[in-house]
Write a protein that binds this ligand. Structure first.
Ligand code: UGA
Length: 435
């Protein structure tokens, strides 16, 4: 099938490459010339394992092109809208202007056989509104939320754990769903569950899922606060409650909390939208979820300062990790960088290292010092803070690392190291939610 993907960021670039790998003819459209050029040469403008290979293969087979010219998407049957919906500056609400602009740009090219499939995370009510915008063309509107995780985006797109189709009532909705079934035929043969809902439910599924994940993380981080107050160990607590399969162990990793381009802005946009709908009380708890999350950053700084005897001034602090999570170079709302900046403003001499995210981090926080090589970054440190749990940092050897530093102080912001091993090598080991 001929497909277009409007917006080639984390979501769209992966979706375009994945759809081409399923055998479709895909045109990826983006307003950013540099991004289009990079994708055309098989170099994703961000780090995502497996994506470059997929891009190169699809383009060699002539199945995938990237362009800034939306008219090249005119003959596509299905148009996926994959643009970003960032938080509006100075408020909680999501900025949907890119979604509106994408649909406007498609409008002149739509016909009665076209299907516009929204994938962006949007405030509930957006699909209904956009269906009205394109109604005069006879094209169908659908909402098909995306649940991919950065770092696992290719796998999550090609083997999703469910597909959700938000459709219009009656025959037009059924026809659009049948078209999307054709697009996803090779995913559906794997017995992937597929649910057909109305627009509002499909939009809410995405927001509710991310809110639940954020809640799970903040729940365990609230328990970490209690563990700190009582001398208990949150990692054992998480293991023990997680063995109840009604609770589950996943997303109960206590530490510095959540960041990135999705969970923080999605819970805020949800609160804003619920307020507009007169249902603000229903999600008022998300404000608490947000504050528990933000408190972890401050607590991390307090623990590190305390471990250094009460002051950062003039001390070299090495921060392991700048990305908001491992296997990503995304630094949007990165907890690690937030901590780095707080320590720098309190007089610490901060050096940040990361396997992939240094270039992006430099753009956001040029005032910090960046060193690519881990050993070089650690050399001479008076405290080492592990803030993003890249494999390389989890595998650090306590004895070898001790040779490099000036002060053997290690703060494990992600609870991924074995305290006994570090203490045995002479380190002062501190963590969030652990004695
Ligand atoms: C999240 C969701 O997991 C995806 O399902 C969703 O599609 C995506 O947002 C989106 O809306 O596009 P992502 O932002 O890639 O995916 O990252 P997650 O893997 O969810 O991690 C989010 C943050 O939570 C990271 O900072 C991570 O370090 C933190 N986290 C995660 C914890 O602190 N503890 C945990 O147990 C798990």
């Amino acid at each position: 099938m001929k497909i277009s993907v409007i917006g080639c960021g984390y979501l769209g670039a992966v979706h375009a490459a994945a759809m081409a790998s399923l055998g479709h003819e895909v045109t990826g459209v983006d307003v950013d010339t540099a991004k289009v050029e990079a994708l055309t040469s098989g170099r994703p403008p961000f780090f995502e394992p497996g994506l470059s290979e997929l891009l190169v293969k699809a383009q060699e087979r002539g199945k995938l092109e990237f362009t800034t010219d939306v008219s090249r998407a005119a003959d596509a049957t299905v148009h996926f809208v994959c643009v970003g919906t960032p938080q509006k500056p100075g408020e909680f609400a999501a900025d949907v202007t890119y979604v509106d602009a994408a649909v406007e740009s498609l409008h002149p090219h739509l016909t009665a056989t076209s299907v516009v499939v929204g994938k962006s995370t949007v405030p509930v009510g957006t699909a209904e509104r956009l269906a009205g915008v394109i109604a005069d063309t006879g094209a169908a509107m659908m909402w098909n939320p995306e649940f991919l995780r950065e770092g696992h985006a290719v796998e999550d797109t090609l083997h999703p754990n469910r597909l959700v189709y938000g459709v219009a009532d009656g025959e037009p909705g059924q026809a659009a769903a049948a078209t999307l079934d054709e697009v996803y035929a090779s995913i559906l043969v794997e017995d992937t569950p597929r649910m057909i809902t109305d627009f509002a439910t499909a939009e809410l599924v995405k927001t509710a899922a991310n809110s639940f994940l954020a809640t799970k993380i903040s729940f365990i981080n609230a328990m970490a606060e209690l563990c700190e107050a009582s001398g208990a160990d949150v990692t054992q607590l998480a293991d023990a409650i997680g063995m109840d399969d009604r609770i589950g162990r996943k997303f109960l990793n206590a530490g510095l909390g959540f960041g990135g381009g999705c969970l923080p802005k999605d819970i805020r946009a949800f609160m804003a939208r619920a307020g507009e709908l007169g249902a603000d009380q229903a999600v008022a708890f998300l404000k608490e979820i947000d504050s528990i999350n933000m408190r972890r950053r401050v607590r991390m700084v307090d623990i590190a300062r305390d471990a250094l005897g009460g002051s950062f001034i003039g001390k070299k602090i090495t921060i392991l990790g700048a990305a908001f999570k491992p296997d990503s170079d995304d630094v949007r709302d990165s907890p690690a960088l937030a901590v780095a900046r707080l320590i720098a403003t309190q007089g610490g001499l901060v050096t940040v290292t990361d396997p992939q995210a240094i270039d992006n981090a430099k753009k956001s926080f040029p005032e910090l010092n960046y060193v690519a090589d881990t050993a070089e970054a650690i050399t001479g440190a008076e405290a080492v803070l592990l803030l993003t749990e890249w494999r390389e940092y989890r595998d650090l050897d306590p004895a070898a690392t001790a040779e490099l530093v000036r002060g053997k102080v290690l703060v494990d912001g992600r609870n991924v190291l074995t305290p006994e091993l570090w203490r045995a090598a002479g380190w002062t080991y501190r963590a969030l939610g652990r004695p």
